[in-house]
Design a protein around this ligand. Structure first.
Ligand code: HEM
Length: 253
């Protein structure tokens, strides 16, 4: 089963590489190939469209502002399930593409225990056991996977509301709306993490690469796996250079 998925992903990655390209310069590492980036942005586009059209339907106050974006109320209602289906469709392929590096482990449990240090950026560099994704990224991924499934099942039950009992439809509304609120909170944190909290991360979803410094700072286990070099040594070297630079500048003044 997982061999078949791996073969499928490999073929998809090769096909996507024929459409776009990734240039890896000196001092950089390949983080996200074209296929991953294409899926990420397709998921993001349809997620945002589903979220905006969903909130327009959900809240009469937001309706006034959001429904005109989709051409009015009836169109917003008609488009919303399709945006949701497309979001789920593209996320399904991202799920196949990422579920191996997203596997939860002991290191992720330890990451979760020191989440306070992570959010306050106290140590600067992550412990070496942090691999391609950290525990927080994995939680976000699995929350999307569960929510996408809930959106799909409850969405279909609401869409074809004559196929099941009244209470099933009512419960579906509640679950659908709760999943949307959880996803909204996750989305806000995710955009913050992917942009201003970790400079250089956003770049990786645009042109596919990160600097080696970014890699040994945020994902040292992955840095070691792809370069064969010691992330701690790289960190100490940069720190030593900084000390020497400071000393030179102090002696000049
Ligand atoms: C529109 C604003 C968004 C920005 C700026 C953004 C940015 C990024 C970046 C830079 C990464 C790579 C992180 C890394 O390599 O470590 C990433 C990964 C990811 N993105 Fe987004 N993203 C956005 C929207 C979304 C949406 C709407 C979803 C799904 C609902 C999503 C799902 C993910 C997932 C599951 C990952 C992998 C795990 C993680 O890094 O959290 N993203 N995103």
């Amino acid at each position: 089963m997982s061999d078949a998925i791996e073969r499928f992903d490999e073929r998809a990655r090769r096909a996507a590489d024929r459409v776009g390209e990734t240039v890896v310069r000196r001092g950089e590492l390949l983080r996200h190939p074209v296929y991953t980036r294409m899926l990420h942005w397709l998921v993001a586009i349809f997620f945002v469209l589903a979220l905006l059209s969903g909130f327009a339907i959900y809240s009469p106050w937001l309706f006034r502002w959001l429904a005109p974006l989709f051409g009015g109320g009836p169109r917003t209602r008609a488009f919303h399930p399709w945006f949701g289906l497309l979001f789920t469709f593209f996320f399904f392929f991202q799920f196949l593409n990422w579920f191996v590096p997203m596997t939860w482990g002991e290191a992720d449990r330890r990451w979760l225990r020191r989440i306070k240090e992570y959010t306050s950026n106290r140590h600067g560099v992550e412990p070496e056991e942090v691999g391609f994704f950290n525990g927080g990224q994995k939680i976000y991924f699995w929350a999307i996977a569960v929510s996408a499934l809930l959106f799909l099942v409850t969405g279909l039950l609401m869409w074809f509301d004559n196929l099941s009992g009244r209470w099933v439809v009512v419960v579906s509304y509640v679950i659908h709306d709760l999943a949307a609120l959880v996803m909204l909170a996750g989305f806000i944190i995710h955009v913050y993490e992917g942009t201003s909290h970790q400079p250089g991360t956003f770049h990786s979803m645009i042109d596919g690469t990160v600097t080696e410094r970014w890699a040994w700072t945020h994902h040292p286990g992955w840095y070691r796996a792809v370069t064969g070099r010691d992330p701690r040594e790289a960190y100490e070297r940069v720190k030593q250079r900084q000390v020497e630079r400071d000393a030179r500048e102090n002696s000049r003044t």
